[in-house]
Design a protein around this ligand. Sequence first.
Ligand SMILES: [Cu+2]
Length: 503
Amino acid sequence: MNLVPALFGGLLMIGVLSCGKANDTNQGPAVQPSASASVVPQPYALGAPQGPPVVAELTHAPAVPKPTQRKAPAKVVVNLEVREVELPISDGVTYTFWTFGGQVPGKFIRVRQGDTVEFHLRNHPDSKMPHNIDLHAVTGPGGGAASSFTAPGHESQFTFKVLNQGLYVYHCATAPVGMHIANGMYGLILVEPPEGLPPVDREYYVMQGDFYTVGKYREKGLAQFDMQKGIDEKPTYVVFNGSENSLVGDKAITAKAGETVRLYVGNGGPNLVSSFHVIGEIFDKVFPEGGTRIQENVQTTLVPAGGSAIVEFRVDVPGTYVIVDHSIFRTFHKGALGMLKVEGPEAKDIYSGKEVDSVYLSDMAAPGAAVVAAAKGAEQGNLTKDQQIAAGKALYQGTCSTCHKEEGTGVEKAFPPLAKSDFLMQDKTRSIQIVLNGLNGEVVVNGTKFNSVMPPWSHLTDDAIANILTYVRNSWGNSGDAVTTAEVAKVRKDTPRPPGAGH
Ligand SMILES: [Cu+2]
């Protein structure tokens, strides 16, 4: 966080308040001029479009178009094409997304307050469904929806003047609306104030959405939409930018120590409200709900479904910052995890610690290529033991490794070893039962007694458990045969489980 100006601003506030002069300056130096400008929109004062029409630059997340840098209102042409496309939502899992521009979220649109937007919505000929668009930045019934109903292979056009500055969601509003939004039909349009936003070093576009599939979380193959789960508000996935891998590994967003980062955060929903948080950072400034007022020194900001927030912070300490929805099961069990990687010299005066814990990175830390390869092998019926071991290794990290350690050594007096464990290797079916159902009571591993509790991992898919156990049974001095998905499925079926204990 940007400590000095924030503190200075705070002191100034105290000074002002104690003098009883509420009016002359209620904003410290941390607040930029634009923050106080245009609280009341003055649309008509901005006047008619000037100059030749401008074609808007549109970007896929996490990129953001350049500032407009216009000093006068313009006519802006926006060309957006709806496409229905099959894309990954997780490792080895695809989903048929309905998109504004070919990806989820839809392309980012950036205009200036007072602009007149000529909107062209195309629906690709391969689409199966009609679609339309409701932009929350539009003043007028339906936000454009009524004027933009577009059948496959068609185009519609409508024009609107952007009266209010702010960060707005747009979405499809074709019935059943919930289904169109649940399939990924949303994006953001930023309406800059007339004088523009204060410059920052990095700007990124992050948009959360909840997804509803017939299968479980990470069940391999093409996941089908589940309408009932949508109605019940029980998502299978909650992700940023349309996939649980969109902001991790090589795709993490980046910055250098000392830079200021601005995130345009949206929430498409359709159902959930996001408790948006960056682990290890404090938002120096937030424009809550994408509006004009500034809140300072915020840990977690609420982003409503169909709403937004702009957050800004200075990064001081290098390392990996994990972006989450702090309704935290969504992060570690539904996919709402992204990363910001900050490079630069260490800043030991601010933070002495080690790199972010594997606890926070979970199995997201390792790229999922091995998991995808194993899923492909399984699908084609030629899955090899080596593929299972490689996938199991990636999945073991951050799940089992938390207790049993990366090299399977366990922790003395607390967690038994898996490396060269006689107990593990004695009985394959029992080892599957342990992972699915957990374990408690006394066990003796290699002559040492343990009496503790291992939680059940029944929320993992059968293939994930099969791959993890194949890895464990063939690592660190163990050697055994592979564990198959069918073997895990059989144990799961044969185990009666109380309601709520897992799938
Ligand atoms: Cu639609």
